[in-house]
Design a protein around this ligand. Sequence first.
Ligand SMILES: Cc1cc2nc3c(=O)[nH]c(=O)nc-3n(C[C@H](O)[C@H](O)[C@H](O)COP(=O)(O)OP(=O)(O)OC[C@H]3O[C@@H](n4cnc5c(N)ncnc54)[C@H](O)[C@@H]3O)c2cc1C
Length: 342
Amino acid sequence: MEKILFLAYTQDDGLLPKAALETLNAAIDLASKLQAPLSLGLIGDNVQAAADAIAGCGAQEFFAVEGPDFASSRYASDAAAAEALARRAGATLVLAPSVSRFARSLPGAALRLDGRIETHVCALDPGGDSLSIQRWYYRQRMIATLTRSQRPWFLLIDPGVFKPWEGQQGQATVDKVTVALPENARRTRFVGFEAPAADAQTIRPEAELLFVAGAGWTKKQADGQPHVKEAEKLIHDFITKAKASLGSSKSLVDQTCEGGEVISLLSHLNQVGQTGATPRHPKGLATCCHGEEPHTVGWRFINERRAVNLDGSCGWAIGKADVLYVADAFQVMAKVNELLGD
Ligand SMILES: Cc1cc2nc3c(=O)[nH]c(=O)nc-3n(C[C@H](O)[C@H](O)[C@H](O)COP(=O)(O)OP(=O)(O)OC[C@H]3O[C@@H](n4cnc5c(N)ncnc54)[C@H](O)[C@@H]3O)c2cc1C
């Protein structure tokens, strides 16, 4: 019989991030379908508040590796903590959210336990009593179904796939697992965060809406002139008012290294598509973007798609958007910003 361990880190407020609550839901569902016991393994400075917040999740055991050594990301201590928790729980399946801290450290823990690991898992199918998982390859163009006999099997679950767990708080009894870190595991020290100013942060994975800007924003308009500064203000105002995440076409972000006037809000991190990101948002609005296949392949996980383009026969018109507004995006977005008010 499988034994399932859910692993998570506490964030700065002592609670679990949304991605962890999503993985918790996946772990609970899997445990019930496999009729397997579920344990939780929490890592952080002090995990009691996080454990209490999910006390009603039905797990049989709560384990923790706690203390200042485990408060922040560091490969040596993170891998040691995950290894100790998996050993203590006797886990055959370990589910953790696919966040950078686990993506870096869990492969090491899997190796030490002679286990195997899958990254970017987006579906779990218990199908009887053997588990198979799914993940995408080649920029979300091919989906693979995998199964393994080797245990423990570590699964990094992609954020945005499962609904976050919601349920009763309570008082969890947490069994502390001691990890004696050798001095050389403390060589790397966490100094602090360097975060961009809040309004410079344009990539917002939790946003309801993905707003995509295409190269048309910097092209010559009806008056024969480009209006890049006006475009930048319209885009900035919209994503600020709508709290939208900002995506871009490749053509637009490539302009940053081609000279000429550019939209300063954008970097290659904003690029959506085959050679960019494949974000997950309930809605998407593309503006001044042609909707070519290498771009729209990055929209695979956008549920409702709309586009504004002057060209009624652009790529969005051939079934890639639910609604295409054949209109001038400068005029449309100015009006939308006005309607959104302050
Ligand atoms: C191997 C490979 C990988 C690629 N990977 C990616 C990728 O990851 N992501 C990506 O985006 N692209 C990618 N591309 C490039 C892709 O094929 C397109 O070239 C690119 O997406 C075009 O960007 P665009 O639509 O913004 O620009 P354009 O094709 O220049 O389109 C601009 C659009 O703006 C419209 N427009 C202009 N003014 C206005 C206005 N006032 N109002 C409304 N509409 C207006 C025009 O009608 C036009 O449709 C890749 C290409 C290759 C070969």
